[in-house]
Ligand binder design. Structure first.
Ligand code: AMP
Ligand code: MN
Ligand code: MN
Ligand code: MN
Length: 315
């Protein structure tokens, strides 16, 4: 087993597991080992709309005391190789992940694939299709903003993406830098959401396909930041029912973008629906000082963490 080298945790684990022996020792000690680790299962690098390189991201996670980090860039696996190399060198356990954009009942939702095989061709081909749409959409956002009197946005956003996928965050960062708004949040509100000049409806993949790609690649699927979709509770339950029918396993109960109330509500939903619970910061870089790597509240009592389940792909 490929344990991260973290002497503090290793010592605690060894001490706790001392009285056990044989197969029992192995099973219980693995479980206790996993329980004592510090998890952050949702983060972004410059391969999508984060600002740190994968090397910088994993280093920052290590410095923040994260033992197990999932890199989950939007619709790409490009950062995973560099991240895995750095993780190995620093003794961080990297969970190879992805955050897939899905269109479901006229809404965009995000599905995390955790523990996916980056070499899986089905997953790679599916994500390539989404990036093709992203490429067209970025040009279209640029055209629409130009029609609204703001030129140069596509070129500006593309420069910020540094050769990677151009996402809405890059447009937002460019518009702030060019003085059209004071914050990224304000740009989204004024320019990039439904009924605003730079809005282009998402034409992502289906929930069924996203789940199939993740499972074919050996991963476990989690609904990202479920409270962020502002769905009625009956719609959210319909989403979860469909998600579960397609083999989906968990809900991201603790997220950097969930309030305390959101966490309580999602924890109770998670327990009632018998789903596994995940936690991730959704870190995009140090420019958002209110979201830090690994500094997350604990999963509420009664939630079964994804990493304690038999379905966790990284045993
Ligand atoms: P995209 O996948 O290119 O449509 O962009 C979605 C990303 O934009 C999300 O993952 C967030 O990083 C960011 N985002 C979405 N809404 C907002 C918002 N209101 N304020 C700031 N960032 C946002
Ligand atoms: Mn993002
Ligand atoms: Mn997301
Ligand atoms: Mn995310």
């Amino acid at each position: 087993m490929n344990f991260p080298i973290n002497s503090r945790v290793l010592l605690a684990w060894q001490q706790r597991c001392q009285p056990l022996s044989g197969a029992h020792y192995k099973a219980v000690s693995c479980r206790m080992w996993r329980m004592s680790l510090h998890y952050d299962l949702h983060s972004h690098s410059i391969a999508s709309d984060g600002t740190l390189s994968p090397v910088e991201l994993v280093t920052a996670a290590h410095d923040a005391g994260v033992d197990v980090l999932a890199l989950t860039d939007h619709d790409t696996l490009d950062g995973l190789l560099d991240a895995a190399r750095t993780a190995r060198a620093l003794g961080v356990q990297l969970v190879p992940g992805v955050e897939i954009s899905v269109s479901w009942q006229s809404q965009t939702i995000h599905v995390l694939g955790l523990g996916v095989d980056p070499g899986n061709e089905t997953l790679q081909a599916g994500l390539a299709g989404l990036r093709e749409f992203r490429h067209w959409r970025a040009e279209e956002i640029g055209r629409r903003l130009a029609r609204a009197g703001i030129g140069g946005c596509y070129t500006g956003a593309r420069a910020l993406a540094k050769g990677n996928i151009v996402g809405r965050t890059h447009f937002a960062q460019y518009l702030v830098a060019a003085g059209h708004a004071r914050s990224v949040r304000e740009v989204f509100k004024r320019f990039l959401v439904n009924n605003k000049p730079g809005f282009v409806p998402g034409q992502w993949t289906s929930l069924e396909a996203a789940l199939e790609w993740i499972h074919t690649a050996g991963g476990l699927a989690v609904v990202a930041h479920p409270a962020r979709y502002h769905m009625t509770s009956s719609k959210l339950r319909r989403l979860i029912a469909e998600f579960r029918a397609g083999g989906g396993a968990g809900l991201e109960v603790v997220s950097g973008s969930h309030s305390r109330d959101n966490i309580t509500a999602m924890a109770s939903l998670c327990r009632n629906e018998n789903m596994l619970a995940s936690c991730g910061s959704d870190y995009h870089g140090p420019q958002n000082p209110w979201i830090k790597l690994g500094q997350l509240p604990a999963l509420p009592a009664g939630c079964q963490p994804v990493w304690e389940s038999d379905r966790w792909p990284l045993q």
